[in-house]
Design a protein around this ligand. Sequence first.
Ligand SMILES: C[S@@+](CC[C@H](N)C(=O)[O-])C[C@H]1O[C@@H](n2cnc3c(N)ncnc32)[C@H](O)[C@@H]1O
Ligand code: SF4
Length: 485
Amino acid sequence: MAVTPRAGRTLEIVETGARAGGAPTAEADRRASAVTVAGAGGREPDGPSASSPYQGYVYAYPHKTAYRPLDPRPSLREVWEGEPLGNLFLYLHIPFCEMRCGFCNLFTRTGAPEELVAAYLGALERQAHAVRDALDGPRFVTAAIGGGTPTYLSAAELTRMFDLTERIMGVDLRAVPLSVETSPATATADRLAVLTERGTTRISIGVQSFIDAEARAAVRPQKRAEVETALGRIRAAGFETLNIDLIYGIDGQTDDSWRHSLDAAMEWKPEEIYLYPLYVRPLTGLGRRARDWDDHRLGLYRYGRDHLLAAGYEQVSMRMFRLPGTASATEYCCQSDGMVGLGCGARSYTSRLHYSYEYAVGAGQVRAIIDDYVRLTPRDFEVANVGFRLDPGERRRRHLIQSLLQAEGLDVAAYRERFGTEAAEDFGAELERLAERGWLEPPDRAGHASARLRLTAEGLAHSDAIGPAMFSAPVRELMAAYETR
Ligand SMILES: C[S@@+](CC[C@H](N)C(=O)[O-])C[C@H]1O[C@@H](n2cnc3c(N)ncnc32)[C@H](O)[C@@H]1O
Ligand code: SF4
């Protein structure tokens, strides 16, 4: 198994789940807030300047490019020893898609033959056994299946995936919130029937744009009619929560065309809508100055945000909007509870160690990595291969970053209770810089600090600059070294 860091494209958006193999994009933002940065790592020749609002999508901290081979490799039993196992998140990564969209750098491959999918499920089974053996009485309180496109799997393959997960991990997926990603082409009635039957409470579909020409410009050959049919099937299947992903910043997209997509999405009354800034320069936009593209995206962001707020949605983070009262209850706390990742490149988080089997890699190596993964033996899965150890400072920083990038901000008392120190003192300099730019809500008129440290509306708009700016020096150095190797 190759574990050598390689220079890769820097505008990856998560590897997904793993983004480079690991954790759910939207899912991480939504529940796990596991942060990674897509795009933040490096600079393409005409990439974001230091002042760009689009440095990178921080969905997990530390970013996987800060992981390094663990020497010696700890057994999973050691890794999970003493960790609270009462409120765990279970994440499964399915790295397959029908097509490769022009903008997407998630960890996924196209055209996987049936035998490879079968071998992948076999490896998932071996990995699940190894992980389960390392955990004493785990209790999973929430689960997500991401990709890629999990519904690339046929109905029978999905059934096998659910069966093995429930049987081996000892989790009743019908009893916990369960989120699954799908795409217009693969949201077929038979697959959706398996998902509802197995307890899926949230389904998330990538639409990106309801305008065929824009989908084409983003190199996502999809027809509006196919999207509408898929949405109709999803609504008929009766999931509790529907999420629709849209992208802004596509070449040729205007306020009007953006509103058209937002309205078309809202016709389906989705409980959630994710608005993603495009992170790969549009092909025909190469001649444009980076600054123009930043302005384009920022303008569309503000337009989209205001449009959704006016329609009654509430803002949860820069990307996530939700109808009030539709959040599903979960005991999982992304700040302090652990995540168990299964699948090629999936990451797992304990309080002290973030790890995975595989290293982050560029999309070019995806096929080889999946081929390696399906050959791993039960013993291979018994250890954590690469990872990042979080000292108390990094734990505080992770807590700060993932709280601050949510609209509700950081609960000052909860931070104090968890760490025994004050966030405002631990991160005084960073918070001051945010305040100077008008990105942090000020104390009240009497000068009293509020109960929460919260970004202003402009601060939230600059989440993709604020997140990367909060990374510690050691994490930056590791990320930089990774990219230049
Ligand atoms: C795993 S996909 C969603 C499910 C399914 N694979 C699909 O595309 O329909 C995750 C989402 O991340 C977003 N995304 C991926 N790459 C992106 C990029 N480079 N820029 C902006 N958004 C991106 C897209 O909105 C996409 O729907
Ligand atoms: S279908 Fe989804 S995961 Fe697959 S390449 Fe397209 S955006 Fe990426």
